[in-house]
Design a protein around this ligand. Structure first.
Ligand code: FES
Length: 110
């Protein structure tokens, strides 16, 4: 984390089970998708980079988040896209920081 980056505390995610995804609205980074991959939490934009479908309405296969609209698959660790429509960009990945028993989004400097 850079010296001036800010943290945004996420709500309690207590029941987000492995293989599930949940949308968090109203963050400084816009809607965020939180994905539990085998107990490890990942944060991405909830907006598909192809046509802005809500990825939290898709599903999780391993570390891939599948778009509910055209079924592009995004690696929640890197943002890499596969089986995506032409010109689809990588998914935006956000950094998570653990603060005690809560998770926070790292808000990068502009
Ligand atoms: S809107 Fe997600 S792949 Fe098209």
């Amino acid at each position: 984390m850079s010296a001036s980056a800010r943290l945004f505390a996420l709500p309690d995610l207590g029941d987000l089970a492995p293989g599930e995804v949940r949308r968090i609205d109203d963050t400084p980074l816009g809607p965020v998708a939180l994905v539990n991959v085998d107990g490890e939490l990942h944060a991405t934009s909830d907006l598909c980079p192809h046509a802005r479908a809500p990825l939290s309405e898709g599903f999780v296969e391993g570390h891939w988040l599948v778009c509910p609209t055209h079924f592009a698959e995004f690696d929640v660790r890197s943002g890499e896209a596969r089986n995506a429509p032409p010109r689809c960009r990588p998914l935006v990945i956000h950094r998570l920081v653990r603060d005690g028993d809560r998770y926070c989004l790292e808000i990068p400097d502009k």
